[in-house]
Design a protein around this ligand. Structure first.
Ligand code: NAD
Ligand code: DAU
Length: 350
């Protein structure tokens, strides 16, 4: 094996696409998926590549320093692509400390472990921190987030991600650690846990349940197909200069209500329902506290410097996503049984 790469959070939504991409494209790498399998982590997401000889799964919690150090000693990784996180804004509002533990302490544990085994011999080493556009705060009706936008997080989730970004940059400035960062907009696609807007609505449309729209539904997000995010991570990990940050986005802004209406339109067609049927499920519910009005990414830097572009239009990506959920109803049933029901009650039926 030429290189060993740790991918943390590789059993989650985005991480599983990054793992698959690296395992299949780089047979000479040993890809180690480090994941503690929280409610959001699911080995079914990696089932198709689990038998590949260059793939290893290690169940470990990044908040546990001893476990993290033991893994670094065992594999001596050349690179880390760090995606493990608590990722849902609504859960961060009810349980902020869990976000501090995984997103901040977990990240610092990984940085320390990497620093220890790399012992200031940085040649050929790289720590890639995967972050979010939410660290920049909220935009008004105009403007875009660039790599120079000041940090201004509003939710416990985005505050914890902002803190982790600062630690990664501090390890580069203080110790010379070779790091790169990416800050991406909202992802959608196969394998996303149905707590996030798009898979939650797909799940509810299939089951004829209300589609909860927070506030007036005019909040705006910039949506990117998950495989295009995985491709961008691959590119930045292999081609970017150390200490650079790249914003990644879909050039694809939608107000929530319009997005959900488009989803209803496509699903009515696919499910053979009369046009307009699913839209009747739209239900306005109480707003998310501290709800950010608008996110939109200026992805010019990654486009111009590294030649990255999204490969699918939103219409294509949404169609692929709906098809995946319709073809994988068992996956959806598995992840929504058990604790999901309790979460759903607390979030939507209080
Ligand atoms: P996810 O919630 O689907 O998956 C997170 C994964 O991390 C899960 O497999 C979970 O088991 C694992 N994990 C959580 N806590 C852990 C711990 N303490 N130790 C080890 N593993 C742990 O998240 P996602 O949506 O795939 O996001 C992945 C990363 O990308 C996160 O860092 C997130 O902040 C970032 N991001 C997400 C989006 C998005 O739209 N989903 C956009 C931009 C950036
Ligand atoms: O911008 C990147 C971020 O996108 C990532 O860093 C986060 O990990 C990811 O969860 C996502 O955060 P959002 O809060 O934007 O995603 P979510 O799917 O939770 O919500 C999208 C929008 O839809 C937001 O304005 C809130 C709204 N919403 C969400 C849910 C779950 C609703 O109106 N109803 C809902 O039931």
């Amino acid at each position: 094996m030429k290189k060993t790469i740790f991918i943390t959070g590789g059993a989650g939504f985005i991480g599983s696409h990054v793992v698959r991409r690296l395992v299949m494209r780089y047979p000479e790498y040993r890809v180690v998926n480090v994941d503690s399998l929280t409610y959001a982590g699911n080995l079914e997401n990696n089932a198709d590549i689990a038998q590949y000889p260059n793939y290893v799964f290690e169940k470990a919690d990044i908040t546990e320093n001893t476990a993290v150090e033991a893994l670094f000693d065992k594999y001596l990784p050349d690179g880390v692509i760090h995606l493990a996180a608590e990722s849902h804004v609504d859960r961060s509002i009810s349980n902020p400390l869990e976000f501090v533990m995984t997103n901040v302490i977990g990240t610092v544990n990984l940085l320390n472990a990497a620093r220890r085994i790399w012992s200031n011999k940085w040649e050929g080493k790289r720590f890639h921190h995967v972050s979010t556009d939410e660290v920049y705060g909220a935009l008004g009706k105009e403007g875009l987030f660039t790599e120079h936008t000041s940090y201004n997080p509003h939710s416990p989730y985005s505050a914890s991600k902002a803190a982790s970004d600062h630690f990664v940059k501090a390890y580069a400035d203080t110790y010379g650690m070779p790091v790169v960062l990416t800050n991406c907009s909202n992802n959608y696609g196969p394998n996303q846990f149905p707590e996030k807007l798009i898979p939650l609505c797909i799940h509810n449309i299939i089951n004829n349940k209300p589609l909860p729209i927070y506030g007036n539904g005019k909040y705006t997000r910039d949506w990117l197909y998950v495989k295009d995010h995985a491709a961008a991570i691959d590119l930045v990990f292999h081609k970017a200069r150390n200490r650079e940050t790249y914003n990644i986005g879909g050039f694809n802004e939608w107000q929530n209500i319009n997005l959900v209406k488009e989803l209803c339109r496509q699903m009515d067609l696919k499910l053979g329902r009369v046009a307009g049927t699913s839209e009747q499920l739209v239900t306005y519910v109480k707003d998310r506290p501290g709800h950010d009005l608008r996110y939109a990414i200026d992805a010019t830097k990654i486009k111009e410097e590294l030649g990255w572009n999204p490969s699918v239009t939103f219409e294509q990506g949404l169609a692929l996503t709906i098809d995946w959920y319709l073809d994988n109803k068992e996956w959806l049933v598995n992840v929504t049984s058990g604790k999901y029901q309790q979460y759903y009650k607390e979030q939507y039926e209080r």
